[in-house]
Design a protein around this ligand. Structure first.
Ligand SMILES: Cc1ncc(COP(=O)(O)O)c(C=O)c1O
Length: 455
């Protein structure tokens, strides 16, 4: 063993310190914290990568005292920006265990136990969506990677089901409210995007898709390789008309992908399940456990109706890998744009196995209830105005009389004061405010505090 790999008394002490830090961090009510400039961090941390090393105790001190406080705590109950995260203690702890085991979860041969557990978790999600028993997929790093991998499978399917498509650019149909990762995937794939108009809440429906398709030339219609619906738009939390969009996609034989990175967690909430009617017709969908399913970064569940097609699109072939394809085993590497992978579905699996699925339904319902209460607070307050009736757990509202500069100044101030993290967004061209609630610890009183600070 090298000095770096041996375990002596000093390294045992360090192990306990690191584990104690991890446990404390998982269990604590975290301070909100905020970023520092690079100069400040440089001055406080000094040079950390040196020829002979600082020693673990000092490196841990620098992390704990200087670097960690320069990261905003995503799990703080008043982290309302972007899409927050609130891992359960079980999920956080098991992430530590997963790192300790360092399982290679690209193949069944090397990681059967981990892959089995991940697949149990994917099965729960596929069942919630109503996909058939043969559905399956893989956990990837995030929604961006999930959308890209699904769309690559969709294009492979399109190309292999028609003559002369090998040299054609694919065309992806998606709404104006689709997440930026869809157009980014198109750029990576050298494909085009045809944009469908949405209603006043940003919702795409089947008629809109049909109108867009009818407006295309015959050549462009032939290029459609996927229709993408959003189940929970990031900016407003609105679910597209999945049944209508799915039907429009089916009529032209196009792959139907549902981006539920944020919103599809609410599949497990009985009060909102109806919003997702039609997802059972999807060829693929994604949902991010690191958003609203209480798992740590990074984790996106990507589920295919027909994994055989996805495998044909993504499987890597090389002399040294062919041994993996001899037996017909489930190799997660085959279902996305990756090869080596950690079993990033395991923190969610462990938490689900520990608490049961009902605890998940209850926790998501709780965040939805708080959103409803918070919307009422906004409706009642004279200085703010709700812009969109919330469908899931996003609140969009304006501060009457404040422009973008005032909102930005307020946003920075309340973060610096440790009150809340709320960044402005825009809605129909107007800079406004947005709160996203995915943390069951967040209460209506937390939202009231934000509204009070806006007076
Ligand atoms: C609907 C939707 N799709 C995709 C993404 C991208 O997910 P990630 O940040 O995990 O790549 C997001 C992120 O917020 C999202 O809300």
């Amino acid at each position: 063993m090298t000095g770096m790999h041996s375990f002596d008394r000093r390294s045992r002490r360090l192990s306990w310190r690191v584990l104690a830090y991890a446990l404390r961090r998982i269990r604590m009510d975290p301070p909100l914290d905020h970023a520092e400039t690079e100069e400040t961090l440089r001055a406080r941390a000094g040079r950390t990568v040196t020829e002979n090393g600082l020693g673990g105790t000092e490196a841990l001190r620098i992390w704990r005292e200087v670097l960690a406080p320069a990261c905003i705590s995503v799990d703080h109950p008043r982290f309302f920006s972007y899409v927050p995260a609130a891992p359960t203690e079980a999920a956080g702890l098991f992430d530590v265990a997963v790192s300790a085991a360092n399982v290679y979860a690209g193949s069944w041969q090397e990681g059967a136990g981990a892959v089995f557990a991940e697949n149990e978790t994917l099965r729960w999600l596929a069942d919630l969506a109503g996909l058939p028993p043969e559905a399956g997929g893989v956990f990837v790093s995030g929604g961006t990677a999930g959308n890209l991998s699904a769309l690559v499978a969709a294009r492979w399917h399109w190309r292999s089901s028609g003559e002369g498509r090998e040299s054609l650019r694919g065309l992806i149909v998606a709404s104006r409210s689709a997440h930026s990762s869809v157009s980014q995937a198109a750029r990576v794939m050298d494909a085009d995007v045809a944009v469908v108009d949405v209603d006043s809440r940003g919702r795409m429906d089947g008629d809109g898709v049909r109108r867009l398709i009818a407006s295309l030339s015959d050549d462009d219609r032939d290029r459609i390789c996927a229709v993408v619906a959003t189940a929970g738009s990031t900016n407003a939390g609105i679910v597209d008309d999945l049944a209508g969009v799915g039907s429009a996609a089916r009529d032209i034989g196009a792959w139907f992908h549902v981006d539920g990175a944020y919103g599809a967690a609410a599949l497990c909430a009985p009060s909102r399940r109806h919003l997702f009617d039609g997802i059972e017709t999807a060829d693929s969908f994604i949902v991010d456990p690191h958003k609203w399913l209480f798992a740590p970064f990074d984790s996106c569940a990507l589920v295919y109706r027909d994994p055989v097609t996805a495998r044909a699109a993504h499987s890597q072939h090389a002399e040294y890998l062919e041994v993996l394809h001899v037996r017909n085993e489930w190799n997660p590497s085959d279902y996305a744009h990756h090869l080596s992978r950690r079993p990033r579905g395991l923190p969610l699996w462990f938490s689900l196995a520990t608490h049961g699925t009902k605890a998940y339904s209850d926790a998501v319902e709780k965040t939805l209830d708080v959103t409803v209460e918070a919307a009422e607070l906004i409706r009642r307050a004279p200085h703010v105005e709700l812009l969109v009736e919330p469908e899931l757990s996003v609140l969009l509202f304006r501060r009457v009389g404040w422009d973008a500069a005032a909102l930005n100044e307020w946003s920075e101030r309340i973060l610096a004061e440790g009150v809340a993290f709320v960044v402005p967004t825009s809605w129909q061209g107007e800079t406004c405010l947005r709160l996203c609630i995915v943390n069951p610890e967040t209460t209506a009183a937390d939202v009231a505090l934000v509204l009070e600070s806006l007076r």
